[in-house]
Design a protein around this ligand. Structure first.
Ligand SMILES: C[S@@+](CC[C@H](N)C(=O)[O-])C[C@H]1O[C@@H](n2cnc3c(N)ncnc32)[C@H](O)[C@@H]1O
Length: 345
């Protein structure tokens, strides 16, 4: 989004000063150097606009083997591998699948199942590899001491598979933390380009999308992939606005259907977001469904069409996501699922 109004150098400078510090000293350093490297910027500018985004170039280089290093070394790597970097950038997209977000969705999912007295049917739109479709298979540790774990052992675990990830999350406010996991009887996702947990290239790309210093995210990704590999989710290729209604028709009628998404609305136009809201509302009025939206401040759209959160001081959401349940704000969430601040008393 920043790139829609800024030049490419400004985009990298913004990424290096605002987005990357705090998460990756390496990406912050590389991005700032790229911003001041007109020859490289000229090469990046030969790609279509949506391919110039910093994370895509950086992930492509890491996917091809670039090591954490001083900029001069990274620059040499780019020179030596430019054809492959270019091919990777043009054929891939930023599809980070952050399983940690399940920790911020779990209380809402459990509350829906309890209120409806039904097991859940899940549809994630913009699902990437579908790792967030297994909230019932992971462990959770909230920093108030609450742990939620699966009681029964996995029935079909491969002997060599790692244990499922434990997702850690800080909480504040009156979060309705569950004491057990909700039952999920059906799960499916929609993505323009579903990634396949059984495909080694797709898995390598998912790992490359995680920032270099964040080993704990890579580790939980690997563990979540092992869970998904045991019983890969149904993933439909296509646009969420075109696929949602027909996919919802395949969900079991006696389950509580939840349509959810995280970090997806930024990829849609305002018109696309508006059409999606109408589709979900029609689905809710017809078949019945709950809608959980977990998105950044620039693309929040509430039930009344407004993007302003009442009584929320400007800047409170910056760097975070807002979780809405059926269009109503319920929590401020860390973008990787690391924190959950409940808004309701
Ligand atoms: C940043 S990833 C987030 C993946 C996942 N929701 C998560 O939280 O880990 C965004 C995903 O949305 C998908 N996407 C973007 N626009 C879409 C559309 N119009 N229809 C379906 N999927 C879309 C992308 O392909 C990508 O996999």
């Amino acid at each position: 989004m920043a790139g829609a109004v800024l030049g490419t150098a400004d985009w990298y400078r913004h990424f290096g000063t605002i987005d990357a510090p705090g998460s990756s000293a390496c990406y912050a350093d590389w991005s700032l150097h790229i911003a001041d490297d007109p020859a490289l910027i000229a090469r990046i500018d030969q790609w279509p606009h949506n391919k110039r985004q910093p994370l895509l170039l950086l992930a492509a280089a890491r996917y091809l083997g670039a090591k954490v290093s001083p900029y001069a070394e990274f620059r040499n790597f780019l020179d030596e591998h430019w054809a492959d970097v270019s091919r990777t950038v043009l054929s891939r997209a930023t599809q980070t699948n952050e399983v940690g977000r399940c920790a911020t969705l779990l209380p809402s999912l459990a509350a829906i199942s309890a209120a409806e007295r039904k097991p859940l049917a899940l549809i994630e739109v913009g699902a990437s590899a579908g790792l967030a479709l297994f909230p019932d298979r992971y462990g959770y540790e909230y920093d108030d001491g609450t742990t939620v774990t699966r009681l029964a052992p996995e029935p079909r675990r491969q002997p060599a598979a790692p244990e499922p990830p434990v997702l850690r999350c800080t909480v504040s406010g009156a979060v309705p933390l569950p004491d057990k996991l909700p039952e999920v009887v059906w799960r499916a996702g929609i993505d323009l380009n579903p990634l396949d947990v059984g495909n080694d290239d797709d898995v390598a790309w998912l790992e490359a999308l995680i920032w270099p210093e964040q080993d704990f995210r890579r580790e939980r990704l690997r563990r979540a992939i092992a869970v998904a590999r045991e019983n890969p989710p149904l993933l439909v290729a296509g646009d969420l606005n075109q696929q949602l209604v027909s996919l919802a028709g395949r969900a079991p009628a006696d389950a509580a259907l939840v349509v959810f998404h995280s970090a997806v609305m930024g990829y849609l136009s305002a018109d696309g977001r508006s059409r999606f809201r109408s589709t979900v509302q029609e689905l809710a009025a017809g078949r019945g469904c709950h809608w959980l939206s977990n998105e950044g401040e620039t693309v929040i759209v509430q039930a009344d069409g407004s993007s302003v959160v009442p009584e929320m001081a400007a800047g409170r959401l910056r760097g975070n996501f807002l979780l809405l349940h059926n269009g109503r704000p319920v929590a401020i969430t860390g973008p990787h699922g690391q924190s959950l601040e409940w808004l309701q008393r």
